[in-house]
Design a protein around this ligand. Structure first.
Ligand SMILES: *[C@@H]1O[C@H](CO)[C@@H](O)[C@H](O)[C@H]1NC(C)=O
Ligand SMILES: *[C@@H]1O[C@H](CO)[C@@H](O)[C@H](O)[C@H]1NC(C)=O
Length: 431
């Protein structure tokens, strides 16, 4: 059976056809529909099948592998979700006292804290930032595999668990993690780094939770996702439109969770991408097709990283959150979920969904973005920055090929984006 799967996958890799690309996309999209326990291979089995070791390790294990010591922290939100945070307490290359205040690093859509370490100690921003002696904390939002827990609701049985989008992440998760870090460390403020959705949810927090913005000294915003009117990735548009249009149908079928880790989509990708250099190349093509605006440009994401990242990505979210991204592709505003005129009237008292108040993000913001980002377009980033009252600097990465996922997975972060991040963290740190 396994030999057969291997042969089949290798055949598909060598045909290199676009239809394969589409069918693998379908597998990923509908992964959770087919979810079956038989697909859960044990770690030992995967290891013997040649999966790269790093792809099978969790955050504390993987950082330990490279000489970093991490702790696991559980954080409870006001609405009962139990989130997992990690803190790197000892970095391999930091031999002095830690700089303060603490830094909170937040992943993007369908990612987890592991996204910051998948590219290894020479490139993963979690490693670079903690090597520069910042007290680094990493968040995980509700629905991903580290934060798939609730005091009362069972994510496998209760649809109510999955009734969230960036609204709830911004109102509950981000504030809970900020409060936890501040309470634990005794500081009054921290510095926040948000990638993509990690910035979007911060903007929601500032708009909907007055006072919380003031707990942050500086926001470093990497390819921020707010409105996404100009998103050019056809695949991302198609996938999110699918969820937007099909959400009711999917929920009638009992499907509320999208792209979970351990679902066949993720399992298939992790299995397939390590098979051969041909397969790996195809996985790289899928990523670039997904993300880049212009020509395909290979090599920014190291091949080892490709094999490792599919052990941790996609990390899972709600169908509702995916649907909200579908909405944001079609709207010129950064707004709440659009349930249609009638329901909007009942819920919001207006036919149109209310916009998030971007003037409420009063903290200083430094933003870095890429010219070749197929998911968060430069025009939408520039639109957002024009709305925010306190933008310190807007930095376009010089490399014309710099794309969305490069922020987490590129092998070149040390020379492209890290120096700017470090400059601002230093400026906003004391001690
Ligand atoms: C990570 O792995 C370690 C060692 O196997 C285990 O003790 C820990 O609970 C795991 N953490 C998470 C969040 O899965
Ligand atoms: C938006 O936030 C700003 C700053 O907190 C506030 O002055 C303004 O009144 C808010 N606008 C709306 C429409 O709530």
């Amino acid at each position: 059976m396994q030999a057969e799967m291997l042969r089949l996958a290798n055949d598909m890799a060598s045909t290199h056809s676009f239809s394969f690309l589409l069918s693998s996309l379908a597998v990923v999209t509908l992964g959770h529909v087919l979810r079956s326990p038989s697909l859960h291979l044990r770690r030992e089995t995967k290891s013997s099948l040649g999966y790269p070791k790093d792809s099978l390790l969790n955050f504390t294990e993987l950082t330990a592998e490279y000489g970093y010591l991490s702790e696991e922290h559980k954080v409870l939100t006001d609405d009962g979700y139990i989130l997992t945070m990690f803190r790197i307490v000892k970095a391999r290359n930091c031999h002095r006292a830690k700089r303060s205040p603490p830094v909170l690093l937040m992943h993007g859509l369908l990612q987890s804290s592991d996204s910051w370490i998948d590219s290894g100690p020479d490139a993963g921003l979690a490693y670079l930032i903690s090597d520069a002696c910042y007290d680094l904390w990493l968040g995980n939002v509700r629905g991903n595999y580290y934060s798939r827990e609730h005091v009362r609701l069972d994510p496998d049985k209760d649809p109510a668990y999955w009734k969230f989008y960036i609204e709830e992440i911004g109102i509950y998760d981000v504030p809970a993690m900020i409060d936890y870090v501040l309470e634990y460390t005794g500081f009054e403020k921290l510095n926040y780094i948000g990638f993509s959705q990690g910035t979007g949810t911060f903007l929601v927090m500032c708009s909907e939770k007055p006072g919380y913005c003031d707990k942050v000294k500086l926001v470093i915003s990497l390819a921020p996702a707010s409105r996404q009117m100009h998103t050019q990735s056809k695949i991302f548009r198609t996938v999110t439109q699918f969820f937007y249009r099909m959400e009711d149908t999917l929920s009638r079928a009992g499907l509320y969770e999208a792209f979970s880790k351990g679902g066949p989509g993720q399992e298939f990708a992790a299995f397939f991408c390590h098979l051969s250099s041909e397969a790996e190349r195809l996985c790289e093509e899928v990523i670039y097709e997904f993300d880049h605006v212009n020509s395909l440009h290979f090599g920014s994401i190291a091949s080892k990283t490709i094999r490792v990242l599919f052990g941790h990505f996609p990390a899972g979210t709600s169908v509702h959150n995916m649907a909200r991204y579908g909405q944001s592709m079609n709207s010129g505003r950064f707004e709440k979920f659009d349930y249609g005129r009638e329901q909007n009237l009942v819920l919001y008292g207006s036919e149109e969904p209310p916009q998030y108040n971007l003037s409420a993000t009063t903290v200083p913001v430094m933003c870095i973005y890429g010219k070749n980002d197929g998911l968060v377009d430069t025009r939408d980033v520039e639109w957002l920055m024009a709305q925010l009252p306190n933008v310190l600097e807007l930095v376009k990465v010089e490399d014309p090929q710099w794309s969305h996922l490069d922020f987490t997975y590129s092998q070149y972060t040390k020379n492209t984006v890290f120096p700017k991040i470090n400059e601002y963290l230093l400026k906003f740190s004391y001690g």
